[in-house]
Structures are given as structure tokens and as C-alpha cells.
Design a binder for this molecule. Sequence first.
Ligand SMILES: CC(C)(COP(=O)(O)OP(=O)(O)OC[C@H]1O[C@@H](n2cnc3c(N)ncnc32)[C@H](O)[C@@H]1OP(=O)(O)O)[C@@H](O)C(=O)NCCC(=O)NCCS
Length: 169
Amino acid sequence: MLKIRPEALTDIPAIHHVHSLAFGRVNEADLVDALRRVGTLTISLVAVQAQRVVGHIAFSPVTIVSDTAAVEAIGLAPMAVLPDYQRQGIGSQLVQAGLATCGKTRYGVVVVLGHPHYYPKFGFTPSKPHGIEWEHEVPEDVFMVKELQPGALAQTRGVVKYRPEFNEV
Ligand SMILES: CC(C)(COP(=O)(O)OP(=O)(O)OC[C@H]1O[C@@H](n2cnc3c(N)ncnc32)[C@H](O)[C@@H]1OP(=O)(O)O)[C@@H](O)C(=O)NCCC(=O)NCCS
């Protein structure tokens, strides 16, 4: 049976392994370690099956900057499931559990850069119509937002900046 729970110290090597294998490179795995090192791995959940870490999802703070304000929000990234365990709904369970945890934080908005057919089923919609854009140019449908607290999106406009650790990826 699959269990989703917050990471424990002993999961750290397994989390690194999941990202390295799923992405086929160490960049995302190293990013998770870097975020943890500076204390900004705000939400870190593992999916465990038969006592093995088979998936991981991370959320860290982002800033949405406009001419008049800088709003703190939270960003989903990165997420990975071991190749042999993909397409069994584990990623979806991680997103749902992650969003439920986000709902208990002080953040009003969550952002994600990702597959335009995957994230809408969790309530994400393209950010641009809400006046929110990523700081890098990407196709409009891959950068998405979701409201965590009623009314939060109406009060948020601007350019999304991730933590500097993301620049190393
Ligand atoms: C993205 C990922 C975590 C999804 O995990 P999962 O457990 O397979 O997810 P689910 O079983 O809930 O859903 C699978 C569906 O998501 C789709 N999907 C999700 N992300 C996708 C992506 N980046 N590219 C293509 N398809 C994607 C798949 O097509 C699949 O749909 P289908 O079964 O209808 O064809 C996993 O594929 C993975 O680790 N990929 C490599 C790392 C990555 O790209 N991470 C996301 C960016 S941070």
C-alpha cells in the first residue's frame, strides 16, 4: 500500500535517487538538497511503497513582484516518481497531498511550471489571465496558478521569482 508522508532525515539519500533516476540527471536532486540546506524546503513529501521511497514532491517559497507589491506565494517543484512506478497515480497522490498541506500554510497562491495536461486536473489554470507571469518566457499554458485561499488571486499580480537555488538547475 502507498503511503504519503513528510520526509524524514533518513529519506534524504532515497529522495536524491528518485529525482536523479526520474530526470536522468542530478540537477533536480541537487536542487532539493540545496533548498533543504538553506531552510526553504517548505513542504517535502515522500511516497513510500513496501518501505521504499518511490516518489517525492517539493514546495518552496516564491515571490510575486509588481510595481507596487511583493507577495509571498509557494511553488511546486520539483516532483518525481521512480520510472518503474510511473503512470500508477503516485504523482497525482503526491500533488493532492502536497496541495492539502499547502492549504494549511499562510500562502494564498501556489504556482507550477509543468505539463499543461497534467496540472489542470488539480485545479491549476494558466497564470497569465490572472496577471501573473514567470520571470522567464515560456508558452502561456505551462505556467499555472491555483488559489489556496479565497480571493488571493484577485489580490495578486506580477512576475514570479523562484528561490536563487533554482538558477543552478
Ligand atoms: C511527472 C511525474 C512525477 C508523474 O508521476 P506519475 O506517478 O507517473 O503520475 P500519474 O500516474 O499521477 O499521472 C501520469 C500521467 O501524467 C502525464 N504526465 C505528467 N507529467 C508529464 C510530463 N512532464 N510529460 C509527459 N506526461 C506527463 C502522463 O502522460 C500520464 O498520463 P497518462 O497516464 O494519461 O498518459 C513522473 O512522470 C516523473 O517523475 N517524470 C520525470 C520527472 C518530471 O518530469 N517531473 C515533473 C516536472 S517537475
